[in-house]
Design a binder for this molecule. Structure first.
Ligand SMILES: [Fe+2]
Length: 191
């Protein structure tokens, strides 16, 4: 599967880079008012557009069939406890060494279908060159939980929004050139 992702999707990925704006410090006029807008760097491609090369690649290797399968939806409904709309959003994300997503909550108050929350299924597939990468998240009002997501494979189901961040991916020594964590992200709207 890792080889298939690398072969089919690496050429289609687009890097997303949103660095920290120095103005977030120099523009402050009062103590203790710091606010950090979402900052990130990773590579991604959406799979939903039927005319896109990414959609074609996902169909050809069976990935699209899996990500929008009734069984995956049933799994997400069973774990989350919500009835979910069909036709989820589908995205492939790739983390290389140093790639990360800073603190954010994924709340979309301007989108009527998302503002009351939505359900994400994340399938993570990490190659052997990765040492670790953590998901930090809020629990009971404190941003102090963490889990290593730089594992060989894993599946998670999340009810968004909530505060979380993904720490920079760390490669094993000398394996920075090839370390990759792939994330298959499926987003379901609640019915
Ligand atoms: Fe997020």
């Amino acid at each position: 599967m890792l080889g298939e992702l690398e072969k089919r999707f690496a050429p289609l990925l687009r890097q997303v880079a949103s660095p920290v704006d120095p103005e977030t410090i120099s523009g402050m006029t009062a103590n203790y008012t710091e606010a950090l807008p979402k900052s990130l760097r990773n590579s991604t491609v959406m799979l939903n557009n039927p005319r896109s090369a990414a959609h074609r690649a996902a169909r050809e290797c069976g990935l699209a069939e899996f990500l929008r399968s009734p069984s995956l939806q049933a799994f997400a409904e069973r774990v989350s406890g919500f009835a979910l709309e069909r036709s989820p959003g589908m995205q492939v994300i790739c983390y290389k060494p140093g790639d990360y997503v800073g603190p954010h909550n994924d709340h979309h108050p301007e989108e009527a279908h998302l503002r009351d929350g939505y359900v994400d299924v994340q399938v993570t597939l990490t190659n052997d060159d990765v040492d670790r990468q953590y998901l930090l998240y809020e629990s009971s009002g404190f941003f102090n939980r963490s889990v290593n997501v730089g594992i060989a494979s894993g599946v998670s189901v999340s009810l968004l929004p909530f505060w979380h961040q993904v720490t920079p991916l760390l490669a094993k020594p000398g394996r920075e050139a090839t370390a990759r964590r792939w994330l298959l992200l499926v987003s379901f709207v609640k019915r």
